[in-house]
Ligand binder design. Structure first.
Ligand SMILES: CC(=O)NCCS(=O)(=O)O
Length: 349
């Protein structure tokens, strides 16, 4: 038993789990994704230079990672503040902010946003994908990495006293690098010490989620308190999805609002539409996994903010929930997905 047991840790302190309400389990409110910038398709250089004019918005939705300006969500704090007020009005209570070391985490801004808007914000501890690990991080032992993660939860992140309430998103590519493997083991060790929630960003390969579960489990992690993110771009075959679901993690569909033909990170992938995502949720519910599903938008670029004609943080509450209700998912099951499952996951053991 610790002071964390039975509580959820937000950037403003510990709260009773019943206070969370509807929760998006995978969002970003401030971050930088500049290191992922891809060159624009040949001949499209001009569109990438004038991204936020109306005539370029369709191009931007199709090529979000080919415009440097679009990758600086950290410059949009005022717009994000407005969006959070709308989210609250739409019935939203909590946002899990998944920005970890490597994505320019800014816990002071998270705290201010939580104060200004009344939305509970939960910050993420740990490290993003290996390509963002510094040389110093790569040299660290599993024990040193564990100490950092534990300290971000018990004492505060990035030299502040603002504490994280979840480990993740812990990201790896494919294949998993040595440094990413150490971070995953450290995640499991920290989780075993603290009884805390973990959230994982798997590499863009259908074998990645199960391989990560194996690494975490062998290192003593608690899979029943772990969310596997981004399943919408990772596992497509229903049989494979059910095999993965049996491993017992939370199953996260978190790219709601993202519709694009060419997914730059893996051009083999056909990114599903929102209707297809709802269909997969209904399938998982029918198969008995209503206690394991969590959902979100994973907003991480500017063009998805309503300021720029995007869907914003309230899209699920305003548009996806009504669609779920017409596709065989009951209000009780929606409440499990948006309230009960996140609450159970986020509560410290
Ligand atoms: C912030 C982040 O990791 N975004 C990438 C999401 S995706 O599912 O790998 O496209």
């Amino acid at each position: 038993m610790s002071e964390l047991t039975g509580k959820v840790q937000t950037v403003l302190g510990l709260v009773d789990p019943d206070q969370l309400g509807r929760t998006m389990t995978h969002e970003h409110l401030t971050m930088s994704f500049e290191f992922t910038c891809f060159p624009p398709p040949q001949g499209d250089e001009a569109a990438a230079e004038n991204p936020f004019q109306m005539q370029h918005m369709h191009w931007l939705r199709q090529n979000p990672y080919s415009c440097m300006e679009n990758l600086k969500l950290k410059d949009e704090t005022s717009a994000v503040r407005e969006e959070l007020l709308v989210y609250r009005k739409a019935g939203g209570g909590t946002i899990v902010e998944n920005t970890t070391t490597g994505l320019d985490r800014d816990v002071k801004t998270l705290k201010q946003l939580a104060k200004d808007t009344g939305v509970h914000v939960i910050a993420g501890a740990g490290f993003y994908e290996g390509s963002t690990h510094t040389e110093a991080t790569k040299r660290m032992s599993v024990e040193q990495l564990t100490d950092i993660i534990v300290s971000e939860i018990l004492h505060g992140a990035d030299g502040t006293d603002i504490r994280c309430g979840v480990i993740g998103e812990i990201a790896s590519g494919w294949p998993i690098t040595e440094s990413e493997n150490k971070v995953l083991k450290a995640t499991a060790h920290a989780q075993a010490q603290l009884g805390c929630p973990v959230i994982i960003h798997p590499g863009r390969n259908r074998a990645a989620p199960a391989e990560i579960v194996r690494i975490l489990q062998e290192a003593g992690g608690d899979i029943s308190k772990t969310v596997m993110s981004h399943l919408d771009r990772t596992i497509f075959d229903e049989g494979e999805l059910l095999e993965f679901a049996k491993l017992g993690s939370y199953l996260e569909y978190d790219l709601f609002g993202t519709e694009m033909l060419n997914y730059t990170f893996n051009t083999e992938v056909d990114m599903p539409s929102d209707s297809q995502r709802v269909k997969i949720l209904a399938f998982l519910v029918k198969e008995g996994y209503e206690d394991n599903i969590v959902i979100a938008h994973d907003i991480h670029t500017k063009h998805r903010l309503t300021k720029y004609g995007g869907h914003g943080y309230s899209h699920i509450l305003k548009n996806i929930v009504p669609k779920m209700l017409t596709r065989g998912i009951s209000q009780h099951q929606v409440d499990k997905i948006l309230i009960d499952n996140p609450k159970r996951w986020l509560t410290f053991k």
